[in-house]
Design a protein around this ligand. Structure first.
Ligand code: SF4
Ligand code: SF4
Length: 128
């Protein structure tokens, strides 16, 4: 098995899926974890943005990684999504890349402050 080629295929698939996002936010109303979280990374739109950040090589803080791991994979967001993005599948793919070390968490020393910035379309970006 060529793990480098396999991870490249997965990165391509995830990038393509996440790249469909219109950042419309229709999905947020139905996500059961968003009201429980500290920021939009606990909802589908934020998770799509965070997976893209991870694929682009940003090191994510443990707090952000926790927000991705809190996705239930329930699929409620997909029902509301005009382009049927499978956020649960995206997050599962992220977990695989994280588990094999393709996506890196930030070193603890870099996590003193988790910067949460509002971006265009109201997405929050949290990178240590
Ligand atoms: S699959 Fe994840 S992001 Fe989508 S509604 Fe369920 S918990 Fe929220
Ligand atoms: S409904 Fe779909 S396209 Fe709109 S923000 Fe959510 S995931 Fe992106």
């Amino acid at each position: 098995m060529n793990s480098k080629a396999d991870s490249s295929n997965l990165v391509y698939m995830l990038s393509r899926e996440a790249g469909k996002c219109l950042y419309c936010g229709f999905c947020e109303a139905v996500c059961p974890t968003l009201p429980l979280g500290l920021h939009r990374g606990y909802g589908p739109r934020g998770r799509v943005a965070l997976v893209l950040e991870a694929l682009r090589g940003y090191k994510l803080s443990n707090e952000v990684i926790s927000s991705l791991y809190s996705c239930l994979g329930c699929g409620a967001c997909r029902v509301k999504c005009p382009v049927s993005i499978d956020v649960g599948g995206l997050v599962r793919g992220f977990k695989v890349l994280y588990s094999i070390g393709f996506v890196k968490g930030a070193p603890k020393s870099d996590q003193v402050v988790v910067r949460i910035r509002r971006r265009k379309y109201g997405i929050y970006k949290a990178i240590s």
